[in-house]
Design a binder for this molecule. Sequence first.
Ligand SMILES: NC(=O)c1ccc[n+]([C@@H]2O[C@H](COP(=O)([O-])OP(=O)(O)OC[C@H]3O[C@@H](n4cnc5c(N)ncnc54)[C@H](O)[C@@H]3O)[C@@H](O)[C@H]2O)c1
Length: 362
Amino acid sequence: MSGEGKIRIGVVGGGFGASFHFHEHPLAEVVAVSDLLPDRRAHLQQRYQCDTAYESLEELLQDDRLDAVAIFSGAPDHARHCVAVMDRGLHCLSAVPAAVSLEECALLVETKERTGVRYMMAETSYYRADAITARRLYQDGAFGELMYSEVEYYHPAIGAAGDPLSFADGERTWRYGLPPQLYPTHSTGFLVGVTGERLVSVACVGTAGGDQGFVDNLYGNPFDNECALFTTDRGHICRSNVMWNVWNHGERAQWMGTRCSLFAGSWSGQPYVIRSMDGGDAPPPRDYAHLLPDAMRYDSGHGGSHPFLTHEFVSAVVEDREPSVNVYEAVAMTAPGIVAHESAQRGGERLSVPSFDPQCKE
Ligand SMILES: NC(=O)c1ccc[n+]([C@@H]2O[C@H](COP(=O)([O-])OP(=O)(O)OC[C@H]3O[C@@H](n4cnc5c(N)ncnc54)[C@H](O)[C@@H]3O)[C@@H](O)[C@H]2O)c1
């Protein structure tokens, strides 16, 4: 920590990584940034008012001032980059997803346990107001038994041959042909992040729309939409969509309990509604800004979640405690999608999702 008791953070990845609030947190400062691309390095420096920029994560990790590093590189790099951060004894914040293979999930857990640092995944769905409300209803027992959930993420054109996000300087990026369920956490986070239950088996089907991006890609993936049907360790059902090739937008969920259901608002026009068999259907307050430091009480990207993610990571490090989306929660949101995609590749065969939780380890 700095002399002022602030944690000193390095930020890596100047696209999405430039949309956070570390420099505004009263207990944090950004002391170094990095991106492979000069313009993105400059953007990070400007955003976080930071004098020091490195040409790569590997160089940044040599900076002895750091307490923590936030990784916002491409998805297939997250596990490798986060392991490098934790192996340097530094706390780690990772963009979603935590990993893209089950082996990487295991490696992340092993590295976090061995090094004893803090690890958090920056799942934006966890801090959307609807998810915070659902979590509170769940903790209050208002749902009765939460039997069924529908969790979903729609982002048209990801992975397609005409998608600008799937190219940089004319080269394909990691998003080109990306299997939807390798990017599952915006959906799964709505259940795992609300009830803490685990998705234990899955049958998944996909559509192969035939766009060139899904004909020839590094993942060998033909699917542009994937719909997974999970069972949970509490005997419940979760239908989880991740879709790139339907005209629908955004992340949302509906949670259905025996006594109460919450339907999140949607781009489709579906209003935000709570229906309870006890009556009292009026929505509860949905503004949780009072939970944030004064300087960070404003709306932001992805349903207002960015200041919450920033505050939770900084607070967990300063208070020497596990963060909300710790490594076990992160892989519990990530691994089910990896297995779901495997199921889709096997024609919808039902498969078991391995647990990475401590009590289930051999
Ligand atoms: N709602 C959300 O949670 C949300 C939204 C958008 C993106 N994301 C995630 O955030 C991550 C970043 O997204 P993006 O759109 O900016 O991706 P991107 O591919 O555009 O940017 C990744 C950046 O990482 C840099 N990088 C890669 N390896 C590096 C290294 N060794 N050292 C320094 N820099 C390195 C690259 O130069 C690149 O600029 C992705 O994993 C994505 O999944 C999450």
